[in-house]
Design a binder for this molecule. Structure first.
Ligand code: DC
Length: 249
């Protein structure tokens, strides 16, 4: 089992060195439902702050892709767990060099295909899979050479990094989320996109609650905000929360 590695390995820089001297990278944990703009916002926030970016959903997707590629039924937990031993994935954490690989295959685009999206909730509901991936996520977060890392998913604020100094729930109304998602996937009708989004959120939210902010988690509602305004709002929360933490509050 080789587990996740990350592309930030070779990154060096004064901000990173300063941060590490201060006791480790700053973790910014961001959760939210599908279509909340989480991935693109998190990546832009990472870029703005000079931080790494970790897309945890991409790892669940990469595992799903690998299962389909190997002809393993994602609905059978025992078969999925057996496949973890040979699951060799690599995810880029430099926001300017994002990629996902399984073995030597670049699956950055393939993991977004509907056939993968259609089975990823089955894979994500297996507790042992979550534990296995969470260990990799924590390893990537603690070893990043960047000054900090923006990690996004569904359970980062609650399970993966509940002690992160910055924890944000990024939400948007269902209508806004569907509108954004159907703009991304122009080949599908808005109704089909809406239905797929709703049913995936329903399945996923049985496993972890990403619709309600846990204690100490700041909600950023992007319904009325455009992309740049959402990024600015999240960056503002990061500044406020890190200032509070460094003053012992
Ligand atoms: O964010 P996304 O759509 O790429 O996530 C893909 C799937 O992975 C989604 O159906 C929920 C699941 N997921 C999860 O259960 N926990 C995470 N931390 C991230 C994603």
């Amino acid at each position: 089992m080789t587990g996740a590695q990350h592309a930030g390995d070779l990154h060096t820089g004064s901000a990173a060195e300063a941060s590490h001297a201060d006791g480790g990278p700053v973790v910014v944990a961001i959760d939210g439902p599908a279509g909340s703009g989480k991935s693109s916002v998190s990546r832009a926030v990472a870029r703005a702050l000079g931080f790494a970016y970790l897309d945890t959903g991409a790892s669940y997707r990469a595992l799903s892709w690998d299962l389909l590629d190997r002809g393993i039924d994602p609905a059978h937990p025992d078969a999925v767990l057996g496949a973890l031993d040979d699951f060799d994935f690599r995810i880029g954490t430099d926001p300017d060099d994002y990629f996902v690989r399984v073995g030597t295959t670049d699956v950055t685009d393939a993991i977004r295909e509907p056939r993968v999206t259609g089975v990823v909730s089955l894979v994500a509901r297996i507790p042992e899979v979550r534990r296995w991936l969470n260990e990799r996520f924590r390893g990537i977060m603690s070893s990043t050479p960047f000054a900090g890392i923006v990690a996004e998913g569904r359970d980062i604020t609650t399970v993966v990094a509940p002690d992160a100094p910055v924890r944000i729930l990024l939400t948007a109304s269902e209508e806004a989320r569907m509108g954004r998602r159907s703009q991304e996937l122009t080949s599908e009708s808005a109704a089909a996109v809406g239905e797929a989004l709703r049913s995936r959120d329903k399945a996923d939210s049985r496993v972890v609650d990403f619709m309600n902010a846990a204690d100490g988690v700041t909600t950023v509602d992007s319904t009325e905000l455009d992309f740049d305004q959402t990024v600015a709002a999240v960056v503002q929360v990061v500044h406020t929360q890190t200032a509070r933490t460094s003053h012992g509050g």
